[in-house]
Each structure stands twice: as C-alpha cells, then as structure tokens.
Design a binder for this molecule. Sequence first.
Ligand code: FES
Ligand SMILES: [Fe+2]
Length: 403
Amino acid sequence: MNSPVDQHILHFQRRAEADDKVAALRKSLNEASHAPGYLYASQEIYALEKELIFMRDWLPIARVEEFPNIGDYRTFRIADEPIIVARDKDMQLQAFANRCAHRGVAVAEGSGNAKEFECPYHGWLYGLDGKLIGAGYMDQAAGFDRSNCRLKQIALREWQGWVFISFSADPMPFEQHIGPYEKELGFLRQDQLKLADKLVVEVNCNWKFPVENLMDNYHSRVLHRKTIGPTMGVERFKGVRTGSLAFTAYYPAKPMNRSGKSLFGMMPQLAQHPGADESFACSAHIAPWMHLFARCDNVHPFIMEPLGVDKVRITCYQLFPEQWQQQPGFREKLEQYNEFTLAVVNEDASVMESLHDAARSPRYEPGRLSRLELGVWNLINYNVDRVLGTGDTRLYTSEDKQG
Ligand code: FES
Ligand SMILES: [Fe+2]
C-alpha cells in the first residue's frame, strides 16, 4: 500500500468510515440518504475514479461503422488519456496510445484516413497497427529494437457494433464483462443498426450525475412534463450484480418525436420479441458510463464521458436500421427525433449543474431517497464501492422494492 493511489484509497477509506453521511448512503433503500457532495466534487475522488474505474473497465467509446475503410482513424481523449483507434490493413480495429514512443508527442489529431502516423517532432513513423516502421538516426542507440517498439497497445473489443477499449494490461475477460448485457440486451441487435447522428451536449457537472439521472424514474413526470414525462411509467426494474452492474427497465413509452408516433414503424428485429409493440421502451445501464434507451423504432444510447471532475460530455448515438436510412426523407424525419431528444437532454442538463453546485458546498445536506430511486441508489453505492472499497454491496431488485 505504498503508491500514491493506495495512499489515497486508505485516506478516503478512513474518511469514509468516519463519515456518517457515507454510512447513511449505505443503509437499505428505505432508510438511506443521498451521497455526500465530496463524492461528486472532490478532485481526489475523481483521481481515484480514474485509476480504479476508467483505467480498469471496458469502456464503450465509438461505433464500428465510424471506421468503414482501411486507414480510417479517430483520436480520443478518454479520462485525460489520448488514444487513437484505427482500422488496420487487415480490416481489424486497433487502439493505441496517441503518444510517440520516443518522447510522448501526439502522432495524430482529429479524425481522417491515414496510411501511417508520423510524429511531428522527430519523425518516428508508425503503421496503422501502431507498430514502429521508421526512426531515423537510431542506429547507435545500444539495444534499441525497432521491432519491439510501438505506440502502446490498448485492448479493443467489439460488441453489437460498439467499440470497447480497456487501458488495463490485464482487463476482465471481455466475455465475462459483456455476458450479462448480451443476455439481457442482445435481442436489440444493435449490430443491425447504423449510426445516423450523434448529439453532443457538454454540461458543467460531475459525470456521475447524468449517469444516475438516466436511471432516475422519479424525475421523469416532473422535469419532463412537457416532453416524455406524461406517457412514461416504469413497470419493471431489474438489477443484476455481476462483475459490473447491469440495470434494466422495461416500460411503455412513445417514440422519440413530438408526434408520439413512429415515423418509420417497428425495427425488424423487434417483430419477433414477445410483447414488443409501438409502446415498447427499454432502458439499461452499461457500466461505467453508457446508458442505452430503446423505443420501437430506434436505439439511442448515451455515453457520459468525464472531462474532469466538474465537466462531462454527453453523446447520444442515434441508431436506426440501415435500410431506413436509405429511404428518401430520412434526414427530415431524423431531425424530428433529434430535436425532441435534445429537448429532453436539455431539460436534464438544466438541473445537472445545480446538483453539482450543491455537491460543491460544505453546507449541502443530502436528503432521503424515494423508492423510485432504486436504480440510482444501486448505482451510487456501486460506484462508492469501486472507489472506497467494499461496504454493503447488496443490490435491490424490484422484488425487494415491494417490501
Ligand atoms: S517525440 Fe516523436 S519522434 Fe521524437
Ligand atoms: Fe431525464
């Protein structure tokens, strides 16, 4: 327990043990209070989250169709770590650090199509797989082996059209991580859908607020009374503690445009799904930062990517069947979905900064939870467990909720 991270953990574990507010959060749902503000506003907690969550987990960051051709690449900055995802000569997607193996300079920016990546500083050259293919004047560097030198590889796996990466040198086996999600959500066949648009909103709040918010059914009928609220009713919550947390809810709701009717019809893959009709809606948390929503005619997952302790980038991926996207008038119809979805996101964003403002104040007193905040309570405790060590890790399900 000597590294700075270990010392931080010890510091916060001790502080948490002494903190009756954390103890209040860890009580059962019907007795618990919300989390103390420092869990959202402190730089130290954010640093722990980076090391203990973002540097360890499988992180969904893009769609495979964003890289259709050999040489297509995109750069990312994930939890402050610069990376490149590129499609190599064998059509495989590769992820590696966007830091030159010489002195760490970024070798690519933005996105585009490349044959190789050349460092702008001293010209070291890397292939689409991140391997060093050229470095001048290194002939006298004793023991320097080009064939062993590369942009640091980052684990990459694909699931249902999503690109997941992990910074960990020894991540949880991907199948183990994704298994529960595949079992619960595989029927949505997101691999048969294609990205139609991305809606991006940046909010000045901690990343956990929007993640929690998207499973907070308590606010839907109030904050969203002018948009999705009036027709929503959650009928079933379900929580499954696995290697990561899965949360799903199925409920009746309308397609995501102001008419409340689908402008396309049912997604073909739902035709076989028992009970799925025009009112089909599904909501699911994919740890640590994705939340998937589906309606009868589209899937629109959100990724909540931290840009620091007090800033988050929320990206909504609009996924529709590819054949609909070829039809005349698709973009006009899509605009109606985009406008409505953004209206809902902005309603949420309007309270997120206020939540963060409260979290920053030492005078903020967390209040009690409603039974409708089951998912939120699960998630807050799960994330607290991840950074402060194990506490009461019970997970409540809809059955428990009745009690
Ligand atoms: S830092 Fe990239 S070649 Fe020197
Ligand atoms: Fe909301």
